[in-house]
Write a protein that binds this ligand. Structure first.
Ligand code: ZN
Length: 282
């Protein structure tokens, strides 16, 4: 599913729409994760897009008198197209602008969301309980250590909890734990302050690498066709489990292990953890 770097790259790709005025809103299929509000066409027509921001994996499109929340769900993709581009099967929602461009949501599995959040989006039920952004200073070793004290779940589960920190999806959880030399099944409350410092640094570093890859591939990623793309990145452990015909550990060449945690696949290198071969990836 699209993770934070893909969402941020999508936001950047939509920036040409800022200061443009909505001509028309087209809802072809309102049945997303929540129904697209039926009054959205009348709410948005004639309104000017003031800015585009991001909170967790939500894109916030700020208009004169309220904010449109966009979420890509499991399989969604937002394209910026010319208005005469014919819609395809899973193109459920368009915002057409007076300059001839259209923001189009394509979402085969329909777990995405298009919602009106009014003037104070941070109070919206989907945003109000979210933890800090991973790249903000508020997400630091002291904060993580304090938050983990009361959590007996595995650390991989804990860092994927959006109440603790947002935007650490499955790929980045496995990668940053590997880079920090921490076993994904370790009890969250057993992490030392030093391990928390290290893990925070690796989460930030892993996400920054992905964001940089996204920036460099913006044009391809934001193209008009194809499936939701992932940035071309070489992961240390994610997707490399050997029993799946994958590749060995990039550090020690041992087979990568894959386990299930919370219905998601976790990848790690037992050998690197036992040998403590991971020092610093940077
Ligand atoms: Zn290894």
């Amino acid at each position: 599913m699209p993770e934070l770097p893909e969402v941020e790259t999508t936001r950047l790709g939509l920036m040409p729409l800022v200061n443009q005025t909505v001509a028309k809103v087209v809802i072809r299929n309102a049945s997303l994760r929540w129904p697209i509000p039926a009054d959205l066409p009348s709410l948005l027509s004639g309104r000017t897009l003031k800015s585009l921001t991001r909170r967790a994996k939500y894109i916030l499109a700020h208009f004169d008198d309220g904010v449109l929340l966009l979420h890509l769900g499991m399989s969604g993709r937002i394209c910026l197209l010319a208005e005469d581009e014919p819609p395809q099967k899973h193109d459920h929602f368009d915002v057409r602008f007076t300059n001839g461009q259209v923001l189009r949501l394509r979402d085969p599995r329909r777990f995405g969301a298009v919602l009106w959040a009014g003037k104070d989006p941070q109070q919206h039920m989907l945003l109000s309980a979210l933890g800090p952004e991973p790249l903000d200073d508020a997400f630091n070793g002291q904060y993580l250590h304090q938050q983990l004290r009361s959590r007996s779940v595995a650390i991989k589960i804990a860092i994927m909890d959006s109440h603790l920190v947002v935007g650490v999806g499955n790929i980045y959880a496995s990668e940053s734990l590997f880079r920090a030399g921490i076993h994904p099944q370790k009890s969250a409350k057993a992490l030392t302050r030093a391990q928390c410092e290290r893990l925070v640094a690796e989460i930030k570093s892993t996400l920054k690498d992905a964001l940089a890859a996204g920036g460099s591939s913006l044009r391809d990623f934001f193209g008009t066709d194809g499936n939701p793309g992932y940035f071309q990145q070489q992961y240390f452990v994610y997707g490399r489990a050997n029993d799946k015909g994958g590749e060995p550990c990039r550090v020690c060449s041992a087979p990568i292990k894959m386990i299930r945690q919370g219905q998601r696949s976790t990848f790690y290198c037992e050998n690197c953890l036992s040998q403590k071969t991971i020092r610093s990836s940077k």
